[in-house]
Design a protein. Structure first.
Length: 304
């Protein structure tokens, strides 16, 4: 069967121009020197923001749904002191990546990220994923375990449990993304469904523009992994969930995940919401660095 052409990322060329202007405005305020890379993959050209010493251990950053690689602006300065950071615009979503064909399933996404690693000259790397990016990180560790050193999950979408009734209420009844997921125009917004407020400038402005100009995202749906899949994942894993999480109950999810994955530890982050890397960047940065540094202990204690 021939591959289907990729659906449009933006509703119009004018919308695309508006988005790219807002994206570049965030990059002009990037806190460290960086390179913009565009690498070829089977799903299309993939955009990467790279920073940190070339010889440092590589770390891949995967953003939440539609947030783009610019989500990681509050984190890259601290992380780049210790690692070679590659913040990736996930294919099929708003960003500077340009998809060439439609995504069929989660195997496509694992193949795509493998292509990204190959193009960057990386045999294996640690992966940090936020929300949907967390699901992609676990998907990679499950399907290509030899390519994943360690995993940091920040409030991963699905993965361990289904979404809570609160999240469904926000998305279906009140959420500004509701019409976006149906392929219709969503208005500019001041708050994301997970509770993250959007500032009127910088990344907040970019996300407001995103919901206004982007088409329905093309993605492999996030799943709840089976007990067998979770128990088979070898990469040491750190799970961080904000105490104001709306996708699921934070502590219960953390405890369930620790039971199903022997190599997993984690914490509930005080005062953090769904996008904890934004709402609690100092603590998130400290925990990521402590977990991923080569001389770090293999596990961190679960909070009591």
């Amino acid at each position: 069967m021939a591959d289907e052409a990729a659906p449009p990322v933006f509703r119009s060329e004018a919308g695309k121009s508006r988005y790219l202007e807002a994206y570049d405005a965030v990059l002009r305020d990037w806190p460290v020197p960086f390179e913009e890379l565009d690498v070829a993959t089977r799903l299309g050209s993939t955009h990467v923001i790279a920073s940190g010493p070339h010889a440092a251990p590589p770390v891949i950053l995967l953003h939440s749904l539609a947030a783009s690689a610019t989500l990681w602006r509050p984190n890259v300065a601290a992380l780049s002191e210790h690692f070679r950071i590659y913040a990736v615009d996930v294919i099929g979503q708003t960003g500077k990546s340009v998809p060439a064909r439609r995504i069929r399933d989660r195997h496509d996404m694992a193949d795509w990220l493998g292509d990204v690693l190959d193009a960057l000259g990386i045999r294996s790397a640690s992966i940090v994923g936020s929300s949907y990016g967390g699901f992609l990180a676990m998907n990679q560790a499950s399907l290509t375990p030899d390519r994943v050193e360690r995993i940091v999950l920040i409030s991963p979408a699905a993965t361990f449990v289904g979404f809570s009734w609160k999240f469904h209420y926000v998305m279906r009844i009140k959420g500004p993304l509701r019409r976006w997921f149906r392929g219709k125009r969503a208005p500019d917004s001041t708050v994301l469904p997970g509770g993250t407020p959007l500032a009127p400038s910088g990344w907040g402005k970019l996300m407001s523009v995103t919901m206004s100009v982007s088409a329905r995202p093309d993605l492999a749906p996030a799943i709840v992994f089976s007990k067998r899949e979770l128990s088979a994942i070898r990469a040491p894993t750190l799970l961080l969930i904000g105490e104001r999480e709306m996708l699921y109950e934070p502590r219960a999810t953390l405890e369930l995940a620790a039971k199903r994955m022997p190599g997993l530890t984690g914490a509930v982050i005080p005062k953090a919401d769904h996008l904890a890397s934004l709402s609690a960047p100092a603590e998130i940065n400290e925990r990521i660095i402590g977990f991923l540094k080569p001389d770090a202990p293999a596990s961190l204690r679960l909070p009591t």
